[in-house]
Design a protein around this ligand. Structure first.
Ligand SMILES: [Ca+2]
Ligand SMILES: [Ca+2]
Ligand SMILES: [Zn+2]
Length: 295
């Protein structure tokens, strides 16, 4: 084979194997430069792009919610109703608003449904904040005024021999109430004035630190205990049982005392200390309350 043919074949072989040293190094250099340029361009682009930071959370104005708390019932007596023939456990019940805000409800009559829908008004530092549906107002024919329906429930439970709550023995369910400021829960402190005093369908409520009371001699303030034997029972009150009212706490909406019924008499067995503690706890909350007090 002639020498020039052998040289040609050798050169072709080297090229095919990509092992020509000068050519390969040059290609790597070009590629590296292009990569650096691209990276630099990216860096510049990234540096020019506005950086999106998470927005600070928008401050929600604080809602001053009411907090309904039932106080231990009192004035417990048993009567035989001449009108109905029933044996009735009569009781005075009181419901305090111990939250930082007023409980304010307004009603709007709907001629089509012939019902009065209730709206709860929530206030904040700077005034009205939001609204929430809160059931219905109903006209009470014996009280001659308007009530918030299904506001409280009164329950009477039997007790086991060890004093634990056992079976529901009697119930007054879906009891409606006119909400208003009857007396101040706070024994000491500013006197204040009652703000919600009418039982109209336009507006009702309980100011922070105030208590709404229904006496034992008002129509409906009873549990029908016809046929129940004398003995020990737990008397339990539940306020806002269907949770229609927005409150700071719904976990404190029951109160329970132990009673003994014998004939026409009722003895409260929850000792005075226990009731004192319940009232003191309520008072302690009241003293830290009322930033959204009604003017
Ligand atoms: Ca409550
Ligand atoms: Ca509630
Ligand atoms: Zn009433």
């Amino acid at each position: 084979m002639p020498t020039f043919v052998i040289r040609f074949l050798l050169t072709s072989l080297l090229l095919a194997a990509g092992s020509q040293p000068e050519f390969g190094v040059g290609l790597i250099r070009v590629r590296a430069q292009a990569e650096r340029a691209r990276a630099a361009a990216c860096l510049e682009t990234e540096a020019q792009t506005p950086v999106r930071k998470p927005c600070p959370p928008q401050e929600q104005p604080e809602a001053f919610l009411p907090d309904l708390v039932p106080l231990p019932p009192g004035d417990l007596i048993v009567i035989s109703s001449a009108a109905t023939g029933r044996r009735e456990l009569r009781l005075t019940t009181s419901f305090a608003n111990l939250g930082p805000g007023r409980l304010e409800l307004s009603g709007e009559f709907n001629p089509e449904s012939a019902k009065t829908a209730v709206t709860q008004h929530i206030y904040g530092e700077d005034g009205p904040l939001s609204k929430s549906p809160a059931g219905e107002f109903v006209y009470h024919p014996d009280h001659y005024h308007w009530h918030l329906e299904n506001f409280v429930r009164y329950e009477l439970w039997t007790l086991t021999s060890s004093g634990r709550i056992d079976q529901l023995a009697a119930l007054t369910d879906k009891l409606s109430f006119c909400l208003r400021d009857i007396y101040r829960a706070q024994a000491a402190g500013p006197a204040g004035q009652a703000f919600y005093i009418y039982c109209g369908q336009e507006q009702q409520g309980i100011s922070p630190g105030w208590v709404d009371t229904y006496r034992y001699d008002i129509p409906g303030q009873l549990i029908d205990i016809s046929g129940l034997p004398d003995g020990l029972y737990a008397l339990r009150l539940v306020v806002d049982p269907d949770n229609r009212v927005l409150e700071k706490f719904d976990t404190n909406n029951t109160v329970r005392i132990t009673i003994e019924i014998f004939g026409r008499q009722v003895r409260i067995l929850s000792d005075a200390k226990e009731i004192r503690l319940l009232l003191d706890a309520a008072k302690a909350v009241v003293e830290g309350c009322c930033r959204g007090a009604v003017p």
